[in-house]
Design a binder for this molecule. Structure first.
Ligand SMILES: [Zn+2]
Ligand SMILES: [Zn+2]
Length: 537
C-alpha cells in the first residue's frame, strides 16, 4: 500500500541531483524520511486502516459485501476527504511538525497513482505531474489491471484493456463527490464529471515511470512514449545490521534455508498456517527461516531445522537463503530477484497475484499458490521445485540482469525526459525557475532577472502546465462505438486510435487583463485564478 521505501530511494536520488524534495506520507514514516535527509509532510490517514480495509474487501478498492458498504464506506470517504485536504497542504504549507519550518510551494508533483489528490493539486498549481509506481496502471491489452483479478494466463486483449478503465471508474465513482467538494472549496477548480474523472491519467497523458524491470515485465507494445519502464529501486538496509546470535548459529549449522514471510498481510488462522509451513519444510526435507511479521505467525514452537525471525533486512538475509516464499508484494519480489533466488508466491490480495504470475512466466518460480489453496503438499512440491538446479540457474540469471540496472538513475532520466523544461526556466538564464511573465517583453522570467532588467514592465504570475482542458464530451460515445469492433483494434493497441484530448499546453500566465483563449498558438495560456489572479507590479 504505502511504498515508502522505493519512494524514499527515488526521492533521495532526486534530492542528490540538486532539487529540494519533500516527501508527503503518513506520520509514522517521518523518521524514515528524515533519516534519508528529505523534507517531510504528514498526510492524513492510517496505512494500517487502509490495509485492513483492503483485506476485508478481498483486495477490492470498492466493497463487495453489503456489511462492508454499510460499515466502511462513510469512514473511508471521510478518510479520503482528509487525505485530499492534507495533500493540498503538503503542496503549499510549511511542515507543521517543525517549528520555523521554511515555506513551501511545490513546483512539480511526483505521486503514486492510487494516492488521492495528485492531479487536482497539479491542476490547481499549474505545475508538472509525474507518476512513479511499482505496478502497471496504464491501459494495455498485454495483461489485465493487477487489481482486476482477471485470469492473467488467458489471451484476452480486449478484457485486459478494458480492465484498466473499469478499475479506474470504480475508484472514481466511489469518491467523485468527495473529490469535487475538495476541488470546489479548497482548490477553486470546477467539478469533474465521470468522463473527466475516469481515465484522468491516461487521457491527460500524465508521464509515468514504472519501477519494475523489462526483463521481468516486458513493456507492452501499446504504451505511448510518455510511459517509461525503469527498474526496481532497492532499499539497502543490510549495512550495520547485527543478526541475533541464534540466527547466525542457525544459518551456520546446515544448508541454506528457504525463507518464508508474508510481509504485513493479516492471516486469519496463524497457527494453522504455521503448521502447514512446518509440514511443508519436513516433506520437502529443507531447512526454513520464517518471519513472524505483523501477522503474528508465532505461537507454535518450531521443529528442528526451522528458525523464527523478527524484522530482518531482506538484503542481509536473502543472500544466505536458497529460495524465498512470500505473498508477492512488489518489494519482496524485487528483493528475492536481487538475491538471484527462486520464489514461491502465496498471493493474498491485490497486485500479489500479478507478481506471482510474472515470476512464474519468467521461470523464477513455480506456479503461485493463492493463500486460500495453500496445503503442505503443494507447498512442499513448490519448495522442491525451487531447489532444482534449472530454477536456481534461471533465477540467478534473471537476478543478475535486474541488478545490472540502477532504478534510481533510470527514474531521474525519465523525470527529466518528461519535464517541460522550456516552459519552466527563466528566459534570461536556464538555471533559474521562471515565476513571472513580462507582458512588455513577452517572456517568462525568474523574479531576480525581472527586477534587474524589467523594472516598470507589466508582469503577471507565471506557472508551467495547463491541466484544465477537458476531454471532449463525446469520448465515451466514441469508446462505446469502438468497443463493438474492438478485438482487432486492441491487438494493434487501442490506446493509439482513441481520440485524445486537446494537446496539453505549456506555460500559464495568471492575470485579468486578457480573456482566456486570446493568446496566439505559441503563447502561454492565459488564466484567471482566484489565488494567482493579481498582477505582479
Ligand atoms: Zn520586460
Ligand atoms: Zn532568471
Amino acid at each position: 500500500m504505502v511504498t515508502c521505501s522505493p519512494s524514499c530511494r527515488s526521492a533521495g536520488g532526486i534530492a542528490a541531483a540538486g532539487h529540494r524534495v519533500r516527501l508527503a506520507t503518513h506520520e509514522e514514516f517521518r523518521p524514515l524520511v528524515e533519516k534519508a535527509g528529505l523534507e517531510f509532510y504528514p498526510l492524513a490517514g492510517d496505512p494500517r486502516e487502509l490495509m485492513d480495509y483492503m483485506i476485508r474487501t478481498g483486495g477490492s478498492v470498492v466493497p463487495t459485501h453489503l456489511d462492508h458498504i454499510v460499515e466502511d464506506v462513510p469512514r473511508k470517504r471521510a478518510l479520503i476527504g482528509e487525505i485530499l485536504e492534507s495533500t493540498w497542504r503538503a503542496c503549499t504549507e510549511p511542515d507543521p511538525g517543525r517549528p520555523n519550518a521554511p515555506s513551501f510551494t511545490a513546483d512539480g508533483i511526483i505521486a503514486n497513482p492510487p494516492s488521492y489528490g495528485h492531479f487536482h493539486c497539479a491542476e490547481a498549481l499549474s505545475i508538472p505531474l509525474h507518476m512513479i509506481f511499482t505496478m502497471p496502471w496504464t491501459s494495455t491489452a498485454a495483461y489485465p489491471h493487477p487489481l482486476a483479478r482477471l485470469d492473467q494466463s488467458g489471451d484476452r486483449p480486449m478484457l485486459n484493456w478494458l480492465s484498466y478503465g473499469v478499475v479506474d471508474m470504480l475508484m472514481w465513482v466511489g469518491v467523485a463527490d468527495v473529490v469535487n467538494a475538495c476541488r470546489a472549496t479548497t482548490l477553486g477548480l470546477p467539478p469533474m464529471d465521470v468522463d473527466d474523472g475516469t481515465g484522468l491519467l491516461d487521457d491527460n497523458e500524465v508521464p509515468f515511470t514504472y519501477l519494475f524491470p523489462e526483463s521481468l515485465v516486458p513493456r507492452p507494445a501499446d504504451w505511448d512514449p510518455h510511459i517509461d519502464v525503469a527498474s526496481f529501486v532497492f532499499w539497502d538496509q543490510a549495512e550495520g545490521y547485527e543478526p541475533p546470535p541464534a540466527l547466525r548459529d542457525f544459518l551456520a549449522a546446515g544448508d541454506p534455508p528457504i525463507y518464508v514471510g508474508f510481509g504485513s498481510c493479516v492471516v486469519e488462522d496463524a497457527e494453522g498456517l504455521m503448521r502447514t509451513l512446518f509440514e511443508a519444510f519436513d516433506k520437502a526435507k529443507v531447512r526454513g527461516v520464517v518471519s513472524e511479521g505483523w501477522a503474528k505467525l508465532g505461537g507454535a514452537a518450531p521443529p528442528p531445522g526451522v528458525h523464527l525471525v523478527g524484522d530482518t533486512p531482506h538484503d542481509w538475509l536473502f543472500p544466505r537463503c536458497r529460495a524465498v516464499c512470500h505473498h508477492g508484494g512488489a518489494g519482496t519480489t524485487a528483493a528475492g530477484l536481487r538475491a538471484g533466488l527462486p520464489s514461491v508466491v502465496v498471493p493474498f490480495f491485490g497486485d500479489q497475484f500479478f507478481w506471482g504470475r510474472m515470476l512464474a512466466d519468467a521461470g523464477a518460480s513455480p506456479e503461485p499458490i493463492p493463500i486460500g489453496e495453500l496445503t503442505s503438499e503443494r507447498l512442499a512440491e513448490a519448495f522442491a521445485a525451487c531447489v532444482r538446479p534449472e530454477m536456481q540457474t534461471r533465477s540467478a540469471a534473471l537476478g543478475a540482469r535486474v541488478c545490472a540496472e540502477d532504478g534510481v538513475d533510470l527514474v531521474l532520466a525519465s523525470l527529466y525526459r518528461h519535464l517541460p523544461l522550456s516552459a519552466m526556466v527563466c528566459a534570461q538564464d536556464p538555471g533559474h525557475l521562471a515565476l513571472v511573465y513580462c507582458e512588455d517583453c513577452r517572456m517568462q522570467l525568474c523574479r531576480p532577472c525581472y527586477e534587474a532588467a524589467h523594472a516598470g514592465h507589466v508582469a503577471h504570475p507565471y506557472r508551467y502546465i495547463e491541466w484544465g482542458a477537458r476531454t471532449p464530451d463525446n469520448v465515451t460515445d466514441d469508446v462505446r462505438a469502438l468497443v463493438t469492433d474492438a478485438a482487432a483494434a486492441l491487438r494493434e493497441g487501442l490506446g493509439k486510435i482513441l481520440p485524445i484530448m486537446a494537446p496539453r499546453r505549456h506555460g500559464v500566465v495568471f492575470g485579468d487583463d486578457e480573456a482566456p483563449g486570446d493568446e496566439a498558438a505559441d503563447e502561454p495560456v492565459r488564466r484567471r485564478d482566484r489565488r494567482h489572479g493579481r498582477a505582479v507590479t
